[in-house]
Design a protein around this ligand. Structure first.
Ligand SMILES: *[C@@H]1O[C@H](CO)[C@@H](O)[C@H](O)[C@H]1NC(C)=O
Length: 398
């Protein structure tokens, strides 16, 4: 990385151990500068493939996913982030450490074709480094975090910013996905990107171009319009996708920073001896009688009254119901009588019946023509005739 003290960047693959699956990688990085580490799929592919296969010329390009965590912890340290867009892409570990010390990062790679896993150990040693007093943050709208993290792209961006700052002594302090800062997931349409914040720092004071960000005119312009071009002579973006959003530029002058408030002094966690425990005074007592009246007594009285009314209707007025029942019985008895009488009457009428029986009861009566065939001819009459007429009784044939 240009501009970055390369003496700080040692990469030692220590133990590409016997099986090749437990490599330990040691890195030394300065505090307060951006750290990026690309998890190359090819490196892990070598772990998955026996050497004989590699020499035989069979090369695989397997999808892989990575899981990174601090050794003996479930997650990464606070300052370190991991990103991988797709199993066919490389992964990135990136972040800005602020406190010196050693961190052990475990990287587990899972081959999504064979479900083999490989483990690498990353030992990150953070060494103290002076913070850069003048820092500025820029928003790059047309970028995504993975596209910005490769060193070549970082260099491109840094070169543009060096021109803007008019100094070579510039270092990238932080790169953040806009989604981690309240940005929105873009529509899945070409030309929409998540956006990236890039923070750079320098020992040199801000250039005139940068200082325009602090002017009232700039603030007014940005409050009105969403798209404000960089003022004349300050537009240094060579690659369109690396152009900064001028209105989202922020300057930080750390020399003017107020001294941090002193850290709170920690006690031993044990109460000092002596002194009695005084429980806090209980609050004044409240009168709950009106509440009791409204919620309990009133509904209770209503319920009792309703109960009594229901009881009176059910039992007190029983007599009336009985009377009515008696009348119904009488009506039913009377019915009985008349049915009996009618039957007797019909019986007596049937007893002296002398007339001829109805025609329809006679055999071979044709109900349509009224013709009475003789029983002898019965075979010549088609049966279908009787079936056609729905109003004709079907006569039993003898
Ligand atoms: C880098 O950016 C992230 C996300 O905005 C933030 O949490 C972190 O504190 C920043 N680090 C430094 C050193 O500015």
């Amino acid at each position: 990385m240009a501009g970055c003290g390369s003496w700080l960047f040692f990469l030692t693959v220590c133990a590409a151990s016997l099986f090749g699956a437990n490599a330990e990688i040691k890195l030394t990085i300065p505090a307060g500068r951006l750290f990026t580490y690309e998890l190359m799929r090819e490196t892990f592919q070598n772990d998955f493939e026996p050497l004989s296969k590699l020499y035989a010329g069979r090369l695989y390009d397997d999808p892989m996913i990575f899981k990174c965590n601090r050794q003996n912890f479930p997650d990464l340290p606070e300052w370190l982030r991991f990103t991988q867009r797709h199993p066919f892409d490389n992964g990135f570990l990136y972040g800005t450490p602020m406190t010196p010390g050693k961190t052990f990062i475990e990287i587990y790679a899972t081959n999504k074709r064979s479900y083999d896993t490989a483990r690498h150990l990353l030992v990150i040693k953070v060494v103290p480094e002076k913070t850069l007093p003048y820092q500025a943050e820029f928003f790059i709208k047309l970028r995504e975090i993975e596209k910005v993290l490769p060193p070549s792209v970082q260099d491109e961006i840094q070169q543009d910013l060096q021109k803007l700052w008019r100094t070579e002594a510039l270092e990238i302090v932080n790169i953040t996905n806009a989604l981690d800062r309240g940005g929105r997931v873009p529509l899945p349409i070409a030309g929409h990107f998540e956006g990236v914040y890039v923070k750079v720092g320098s020992q040199k004071y801000f250039s005139e171009c940068l200082l325009r960000v602090l002017t009232l005119e700039h603030q007014k312009q940005c409050a009105v319009a969403t798209k404000v071009r960089a003022p004349g002579g300050c537009n240094f973006c060579s690659i369109p996708s690396n152009c900064i959003t001028w209105c989202k530029t922020e300057l930080f002058d750390l020399t003017k920073r107020e001294p941090e408030p002193p850290a709170p002094t920690m006690g031993s966690g044990v109460l000092e001896a002596g002194g009695d425990f005084h429980p806090p005074e209980s609050p004044p007592s409240r009168d709950f009688f009106p509440d009791y009246m409204v919620t309990v007594v009133v509904p209770l009285v209503l319920a009792i009254v309703l109960c009594l009314m229901l009881a009176y209707i059910m039992f007190g007025r029983r007599e009336g119901v009985a009377k009515r029942n008696a009348r119904t019985d009488q009506i039913q008895l009377y019915h009985h009588h008349t049915i009996h009488g009618n039957t007797d009457e019909l019986r007596s009428m049937a007893a002296h019946r002398a007339g001829p029986p109805p025609l329809s009861t006679l055999p071979m009566f044709n109900c349509r023509t009224g013709e009475r065939g003789s029983p002898l001819q019965s075979d010549s009459i088609p049966l279908i005739l009787a079936q056609q007429d729905p109003y004709c009784e079907t006569l039993p044939r003898k």
